[in-house]
Design a protein around this ligand. Structure first.
Ligand code: EZ4
Ligand code: CO
Length: 404
């Protein structure tokens, strides 16, 4: 079998998605997600100008070799643009291989290690009563675990999330410049224990609760937050410090037993090296789409498993259903699965990307369709073209740019 065609499509059925499609001489097609939120067209160029010309003529069964040649062959390794592009190729090749075998991808990854994939949903509120309502809504939808994010008295923005819809994904501002949000770490640190106290008081000790600090704290601030939240027994505290500095987590870890989850902005195993070998974290959070695909993410999970660290694949709405499908196959197959972030997609997105994976009573299953189980409606996709949109930026009260 040979690859005879490669094309990349950008569609915006509510937000932008970048999809690679590979076609073989036997008529099989494979899809891969290359969506890099707010920087989509850089990945399109990387694929169109530098990767797709290399793929035509290759044997699509050579998944590992193609991955290695794209990673090592460019000389310039790593980085979100490169790794999103490689991820799209990797997932499209796995899709083709599994279709050729007539099997759902999870069977090629060793088969199911569980019956269904547990998720967490997002609850957000401008204040505590609104947050409690949002938690109730997630529980009514069946979610077995909930991430809680709350507005902070004195701040306009509910940081890191949409304040206009209930999805929990950040609002993308469809304008030439990003919107500016405000931030005050002291106000946040004072308020968060009240938030968790109120949620625990309302929903009891058994509900798994997560919280995302979105890289905004110094190591010692993160240590204080982890300690202050210990009475509420979080499932995890996510991205407490800026991700570039692995040593920061040593300080946090020394001071708190609150479990830590890190990695949604990471793109290779090297970003995790000290975090895993020194057992500084409890969950690895990379997405298939941003980590170079199924091939390296499987290796990361196997590495993490040696240290009792579990998987928690990033699943915001800016991962397309193609990237989500690949994630759910991995979730079902790996032994050290932890939890899957999931908040669904808009109805129009679900029409553009028809998928075999299902979400029922808070649990996902990849389905039994051969491959990753996603079909792209190209006509509908083309009817909703790319729209420039950016994540907000974050500034302190004196105007200083802060971590987002
Ligand atoms: O803000 O994917 O845990 N999830 C998150 C996400 C990220 C977005 C950025 O594009 O933090 O909602
Ligand atoms: Co996050």
């Amino acid at each position: 079998m040979r690859i005879v065609d490669a094309k990349v499509m950008v569609t915006s059925p509510g937000r932008n998605f970048v999809t690679l499609e590979l076609t073989t001489d036997e008529g099989l097609t494979g899809l891969g997600d290359a969506t890099l939120n707010g920087r989509e067209l850089a990945v399109v160029s990387y694929l169109e100008d530098h990767v797709m010309p290399l793929l035509v003529g290759l044997d699509p069964h050579r998944v590992e070799d193609t991955w290695q040649s794209l990673y090592r062959g460019a000389y310039w390794r790593r980085g979100p643009v490169t790794m999103a592009a490689i991820a799209a190729v990797d997932v499209a090749l796995w899709d083709i291989k599994a279709k050729a075998a007539g099997l759902p991808l999870y069977q090629l990854l060793g088969g199911a290690s569980r019956d269904r994939v547990g998720t967490y949903g997002h609850a957000n509120g401008r204040d505590i009563p609104e947050l409690l309502d949002s938690v109730r809504a997630r529980l009514a939808e069946g979610y077995p675990a909930v991430r809680v994010q709350s507005g902070i008295p004195g701040l306009k923005a509910v940081y890191g999330v949409s304040s206009t819809d209930d999805s929990g994904s950040p609002v993308m501002h469809q304008q030439a410049r990003p919107l500016v949000e405000d931030w005050d770490t002291d106000a946040y640190l004072r308020h968060m224990p009240n938030v968790l106290e109120a949620v625990r008081a309302e929903f009891g000790p058994g509900l798994p609760l997560l919280h995302d600090a979105h890289h905004r704290l110094t190591p010692v601030q993160a240590a204080r937050l982890g300690k202050d939240l210990e009475p509420y027994h979080l499932f995890w505290l996510e991205d407490c410090t800026p991700a570039e500095n692995q040593e920061a987590l040593r300080i946090v870890r020394r001071h708190t037993t609150t479990p830590l989850a890190v990695g949604e902005v990471f793109n290779t195993v090297y970003d995790y090296q000290a975090l895993i070998t020194e057992q500084l974290i409890d969950y690895v959070r990379s997405a298939v789409t941003h980590f170079g695909g199924v091939t390296p993410l499987r290796k990361l999970f196997d590495f993490a498993a040696q240290y009792q660290i579990r998987s928690a694949i990033h699943g915001p709405q800016d991962i397309s259903p193609v990237g989500m499908a690949a994630a759910v196959h991995l979730d079902l197959a790996v032994h050290n699965f932890g939890i899957q972030e999931y908040s669904g997609h808009t109805p129009l997105t679900e029409e553009v990307f028809r998928h075999a994976y299902t979400f029922e009573d808070g649990y996902l299953h990849p389905g039994e369709a051969p491959g990753i189980g996603v079909e792209l409606d190209e006509e509908l996709a083309a009817a909703h073209p790319y729209e420039a949109a950016y994540l907000p930026v974050n500034r302190l009260h004196d105007g200083t740019v802060h971590d987002w």
